[in-house]
Ligand binder design. Structure first.
Ligand code: PMP
Length: 384
């Protein structure tokens, strides 16, 4: 049985074109970008070219910085701890939406141990941020506000431009985690008014273990990883040459192909939503329209997400996610689903589909049949 992979938010196949492009930087072109001889200088040029490609994906100004990191978690940590600790003189408040990724929540929690006060900004039942709440909560003492571009579990896209206006009228810096959104919807940091933006390479089909933090010109950061002074002295450590070159090429391809690829995925998404919602007591989670083009998330009453995942995988050869892949070690109900007002028992029956390049319309009937079969069988077995 041919497998159908539908969990692209958790991991993506590295694009073959990216792999081919970056491969020489694993063995043939192995100079250290800090070395002054020719291969070192060539490596340095490759890093700078990758930086330009990532900057182009988000329309960064040439005065702004793109800092390469080891991934989205590090970028979020650097954005939050780096900015807040460097700008403590501005105040002791930090704010974040209640549906942020754990790699935003945890560095903020850590800061509260050092005297910072963390404020949560609610979302509505579709996961859209409460703009009034931002103006109530954020004030001149709020050093940093973090609101994600789009949520990885429910697909809702946040009104970042509006968020930015309110944050900048009332407080200081806006950090946006664009891990789930980048490469699927256009992002323009200048137009949106973003000060710091998190990107992940693998989420745009680049190599794992690399990410980037966009930092607007003038925003000062404390180096979270001090050392040899690479990456503008903000993120030390010898550059991950293969990863960085690959991420740059992945960004270039994403920018070039998004306009055709995202509407293609959106058609598959809509066909899946239509078919899956035929199942009794099934509900779409997240916003019905303002959602990522490749993202379809559901909940089904009276069954457990883990059982759905296992049935889909072992019986039908289809990989889906339930709740956040990043916290699947705990069997707790998803924080995001509770935040949009679901009860614990409702939040437990969740199924998340994130589409990618290998998916196509021909797969849709098989996926819908698998979901129907799974839910029917599990409901027959369910004591609820
Ligand atoms: N932010 C969001 C929105 C995510 O979905 C994830 C996980 N893919 C992360 C941050 C963390 O990414 P990583 O585990 O690759 O550092």
């Amino acid at each position: 049985m041919e497998k159908i992979y539908l969990d692209h938010a958790s991991g993506k196949q590295v694009n073959n074109r990216v792999l081919e492009y970056a491969k020489p930087y694993l063995n043939e072109k192995i100079g250290n970008p800090s070395s002054l001889y020719s291969v070192g200088l060539e490596a340095k040029r490759a890093v700078e070219k990758a930086r330009e490609k990532v900057a182009a994906l988000i329309n960064a100004d040439e005065k702004d910085k793109v800092i390469f990191t080891s991934g989205a978690t590090e970028s979020n940590n650097l954005a939050i701890k780096g900015t807040v600790l460097r700008n403590q003189s501005k105040g002791n408040k930090i704010a974040a939406s209640v549906i942020e990724h754990i790699s935003v929540v945890n560095p903020m929690k850590e800061l509260t141990k050092n005297g910072f006060v963390m404020n949560n900004i609610d979302v509505d039942e579709n996961g859209l941020i409460d703009l009034n709440k931002i103006s109530e909560i954020v004030n001149e003492k709020t050093v940093l506000t973090s609101v994600m571009y789009a949520n990885n579990e429910i697909g809702t896209i946040e009104p970042i431009k509006e968020v930015s206006r309110i944050v900048h009228e009332n407080g200081n810096y806006l950090h946006v985690d664009a891990t789930a959104a980048a490469g699927f919807i256009p992002i323009d940091v200048q137009e949106d008014g973003i000060d710091l933006l998190t990107l992940s390479s693998n989420d745009i089909y680049g190599p794992q273990g690399v990410g980037a933090l966009y930092v607007k010109a003038g925003v000062k950061l404390l180096p979270v990883l001090p050392g040899g002074g690479q990456e503008f002295g903000i993120r030390s450590g010898t550059e991950n040459l293969f990863g960085i070159v690959g991420m740059g090429e992945a960004a270039r391809i994403a920018k070039e192909e998004m306009e055709a690829e995202s509407p293609r995925l959106q058609k598959i998404r809509d066909a899946l939503i239509e078919g899956i919602l035929q199942v009794d007591e099934s509900y779409l989670t997240g916003h019905p329209e303002i959602r990522l083009p490749h993202h379809a998330s559901f909940r089904f009453s009276r069954i457990e997400g883990e059982s759905i995942l296992l049935s889909m995988d072992t019986i039908y050869g289809i990989q889906i996610a339930t709740g956040s892949a990043c916290s699947s070690k705990t069997l707790e109900a998803s924080r995001v689903l509770l935040s949009i007002g679901l009860k614990h028992e409702e939040a437990h029956g969740s199924m998340v589909i994130t589409l990618g390049r290998a998916n196509n319309m021909e797969q849709v009937p098989r996926i819908i049949e698998a979901v129907k079969g799974t839910i029917e069988r599990l409901r027959m077995l369910s004591p609820l």
